[in-house]
Design a binder for this molecule. Sequence first.
Ligand code: AOF
Ligand code: ZN
Length: 335
Amino acid sequence: MPISTYDDAMRRARELAERGPRTGENPQVGCVLVDDAGVIVAEGWHRGAGTLHAEVDALSKVESARGLTAVVTLEPCNHTGRTGPCAQALIDAGVTRVVYSLDDPGQKSRGGAETLRAAGVESVSGVLSGEGYHLVERWLTANRLGRPWVTAKWGSSLDGRTAATDGTSQWITSAESRTYIHLLRSQHDTIAIGTGTAIADNPSLTARTADGNLFPNHPLAVVIGDTPLPAGSGLWSHPRGVLQESGPLVEILERLYNIGIRSLFLEGGPRLMNSFIREGLVDEYVVCLAPILLGGDKTATGDLGIGTLVDARRLTVTSTEVMGGTIVVTAREAH
Ligand code: AOF
Ligand code: ZN
C-alpha cells in the first residue's frame, strides 16, 4: 500500500493534535483510527501531561479496534510514564498497522515501533514528517538542550528603537499586533522580564484575549535579576504567580526546565535581551516594527559585542505579517 494512502488521515491527526495545549511538558499529539477503506472511525488527541495519550484516547472511542490502522503524529510511546505505553495499548487492541510521522527521541519513551513490529503489527514511519515538525519542534528542542524553548519579543520603531529618548514607550506598536503578542504569551509556559523592567514599568505580564479575559492555563511570570521585586509590585498578584530568579542564565533556564517549564517568552528589557542573545539562548525572535522613527540610543538589544559585519548574527525569517500597520517579523536562530 503506498504510504500516501494515509496523508489525509495524518492531516486530520495533526489538526486534532493542535487542539491540545502548546504549553506544558508533553508534545501535541493526535491520532485517528482508520478502517481498510481509509475511513476515519475514531479520533483522539493528547490534552497535556498526566492525561490520556492520543492513541489511548482514540482507542477509547471504539468498541473494537481489531484490524484497524492507527495514524499518529508521533511514534507511539514505549514506556509507562504518567500513563501506560501506547505501543502495548495498540497491540492489545488488535490494531494491525501503525502509521506515524516522527520518531519519539525520548530516552525512556522511544522504541514503540520496534515493540509494535515484534508483536506483528506493521509499523510505518515518516508520513508527512516535514509538515508535522512544527507540532513537536519546541518539545524536541527543549528536550535536546535541557532548557526551555526561548522566544524573544520586542516592539520597536522602524529604526529599531524601543523607546523615545525620555523613555516613553507606550504604545509603539498597533493594537492588532499587541493582541497577537497576547496569544503568543498564552502559548508559552512562562513570560520573563528583567527586574529593571519589572520595577520601571510595573507590567502585568498577563495573556489576555481580545475581550480582556485571561487565557486559560495562564503562563507563570518570571523576573530575572538580582534586585528584589519591591513589595508594591503588581506582579505579586499575578494570576499564576511570579518566580524571581538570579544567577547565570544557563542555570536559571536549567532550574526552570527542572520544574517542568518547556517554553519561555522573553520580553526585555534590553540588558536581559542582550545577555540571552549573546549566550545563544534564543530560539525564535518575534519583532514588531511600527512605521515610526525614533532615533536615539534606546535600542532593543544594546551592544551585542559584534565588532564587524562577518560576525553578525544571521537569522532565518519564517514569517512576516502586517498587523494594523505594524510589521511582525518572526525569525529563527540556527542551532
Ligand atoms: C504518545 N502519545 O499522546 C503523547 C506521547 O509521562 P507521560 O505519560 O506524560 O508521557 C510523556 C511522554 O510520552 C512524552 O515525553 C513523549 O515522549 C510521549 N508523548 N506519546 O505515544 C501521546 N503525548
Ligand atoms: Zn503514549
